[in-house]
Design a protein around this ligand. Sequence first.
Ligand SMILES: *[C@@H]1O[C@H](CO)[C@@H](O)[C@H](O)[C@H]1NC(C)=O
Ligand SMILES: *[C@@H]1O[C@H](CO)[C@@H](O)[C@H](O)[C@H]1NC(C)=O
Length: 464
Amino acid sequence: MGNSTAVSSSKSLDHFFSLLIVSLVLVYFLNNGVAAADRKLLASESHEFHTIKLSSILPDSVCDSASQGHKLPSPSSLKVVHKHGPCHKTEQSSLPSALELLAADESRVKSINSRINFNAARNTFASTKSVTFPAKSGLSLGTNNYLVTFGLGTPKNDLSLVFDTGSSLTWTQCEPCARSCYDQAQPIFDPSKSSTYSNISCHTPQCNQLKSATGSTPACTTEGTTCIYATSYGDNSSSVGFFAKDTLTLTPTNVIPNFFFGCGQNNQGLFGQTAGVLGLARDPLSIVQQTSKQYRQVFSYCLPSTSSKTGYLIFGKSYVSNSVQYTPFNSSPDKRFYSIDILAIPTVFSTPGSIIDSGTVITRLPLYPLAKPVSILDTCYDFSKYSTMKIPTISIVFGGNTKIDLDDSGIMYAFSSSQVMCLGFAPNSDVSDTLVYGNLQQRTMQVVYDVAGGKLGFALKGCA
Ligand SMILES: *[C@@H]1O[C@H](CO)[C@@H](O)[C@H](O)[C@H]1NC(C)=O
Ligand SMILES: *[C@@H]1O[C@H](CO)[C@@H](O)[C@H](O)[C@H]1NC(C)=O
């Protein structure tokens, strides 16, 4: 600190500081009566800000597969890679632009809010905490950014699925792709080649559970035998196909027989050459509930600091960090979501419900928008003349008095192709909207979902 780069950098970040005051430390500064001119001094003297190398938060163009892969913490752990990063084999031409990604993120948040507000309204009228799903075709939540690879069928086929804590049904594209399959990197799963595959009949409890898992009433094939699922996501992506079961191989020593999943015959959307979706939400059909005997409804993941590094997804309790701090899940109006309370920054985080969602990139604060946004991000800077930046220490206080400092990689949103970075917090369109604690702010933490224990945990430095 204190060299010329840091000084000029902090001048150019005046705007950034003002925004932070609005968004994050309003009460602190007002209570202390600090004039605007003293902000920088105060900030550096009180260690509210620190300097980092820009390169430390920018992705490389090649996969750093050694970043985590060689020291995966557990035999039940799966490697996590970014859907659009160099660790996943994707055709360059099919990569969405940053603007497309942010727009998809925005529609995901809109769809989360439309569901929650809808259910909140129902609850008010019914003055009860019980929730039934809307009868109209329901939206699940999609557009996730991280994927894991595991085996399906006998012999097993390796498939990379995006994992999503906001949806329950797991599905993959299936031959013969009766209506439509999009391009995927691996061969499409062919049920006729798996000796352990079977269709699920319409008249089974599992077929009935699809209604709450997907929000859509299941159908039956015309001959009246096979159960048909339909699931659609906030960004217009969807999958429809046969409901089925087969053997799921997480790792060679973690094999789940008779795993229920969707065998997709009509698949549309922005799945980025992945084979489908792994549903980690709370519904009985989610993998968390289907494997509750083996893993006791506990899983954790670590999302890497950049899209060129790898993280992990682990099922079970044994590899949870000792330093994890927990916050209780609250009773969400929509039982499919994992809902927590965020207490910090009282004037900004004034909405009571917050949900944690691994599929939404940007944490949303009900801020007042500033000029010249890049898509949904309203506070962006050109760092082309700098190699370091001063960023604030941002901590979030959760229910249960759990205080977590965000990692440096969880504060600014970097566009891989340019030196423009934006503060990774986006305004909600309405102050009453739910705050979504997105996956940018979860980077490098081990995030532990102890569903049976009713709590969510965070441990710092879970991965690089
Ligand atoms: C599953 O059901 C579909 C539709 O009825 C049928 O075409 C397919 O052959 C069935 N697969 C198996 C393995 O029974
Ligand atoms: C979703 O699909 C509908 C109908 O195909 C279309 O009108 C709409 O523009 C699409 N929305 C997005 C966000 O792609």
